[in-house]
Design a protein around this ligand. Sequence first.
Ligand SMILES: C[S@@+](CC[C@H](N)C(=O)[O-])C[C@H]1O[C@@H](n2cnc3c(N)ncnc32)[C@H](O)[C@@H]1O
Length: 263
Amino acid sequence: MSNFISRLKNKLHPIPPFPAAYIWRPDHKGEEYTTVLARLHTILAPATYFEIGSRSGGSLALASCASIAIDPQFSLIPAFHNNKPVCHLYAMTSDDFFAAHSPTAIFGRPIDFAFLDGLHLAEFLLRDFINTEPHCKPDSVIALHDCFPTDEVMARRDEDDRSRPDKPGQAEWWTGDVWLAAEALKKYRPDLTIIALDAPPTGLVLVTGLNPASTVLKDKYDEIIASFDTSPNPRDRFRAFDASLPMTATSSLVTAEDLNRLR
Ligand SMILES: C[S@@+](CC[C@H](N)C(=O)[O-])C[C@H]1O[C@@H](n2cnc3c(N)ncnc32)[C@H](O)[C@@H]1O
């Protein structure tokens, strides 16, 4: 019955096909990002987990070690706790957190594993990376979400801009332009190891080989932000970035040896 009604609705008000010009890359074919994050918790066995952007706690629930989570608008599910020995929740923006707090001081040791999934604007992710790296060790892993959008509509800067149609079934997907922060890491920090994973819906990037003492991104911050203007052709610029990072299948990151091979 409901199929019949939706077919009838489509007949009366046909959904126009999604414009090919908006498509940036093929859909990701690997395992979903939370499956990959769960596996990374097993592989890395972190003593400390740091997360920016938690919302309901879906990704936070994957950590069972001492954790810090930051979000101005938590709506946590009870499962977020997952037997963590301690979990520090900061209901504020990441900029406000770093202005007043130090992850190293809170944990009493560096961050082993971080997931940056806060505000989906390139300058925010860049700052989150700049502020997180000094609290890591060289072999810590910082995961970045949403850096491989599959179309231009989900990659819009203004989340409230609904002037273009969403790809059917993807109305809730909004990556913003955080891919530009990953592009900046690649360009300005050739010393980093950057691993791109084909995790749906919008890719997962792992950054390791960190240098907690590096000031390159901070020193070049204004220049980098100025370079975030993608007009007139964001698609071609994204495709050049996409082509610059080989996409690793999530199925080839299963064990600690796999991660060591990719590092
Ligand atoms: C995509 S959701 C996080 C989803 C979560 N990591 C998961 O995978 O289950 C992004 C979150 O970032 C939060 N956020 C927005 N602006 C932020 C900021 N400036 N600093 C930190 N978090 C922010 C939002 O409130 C939202 O809950």
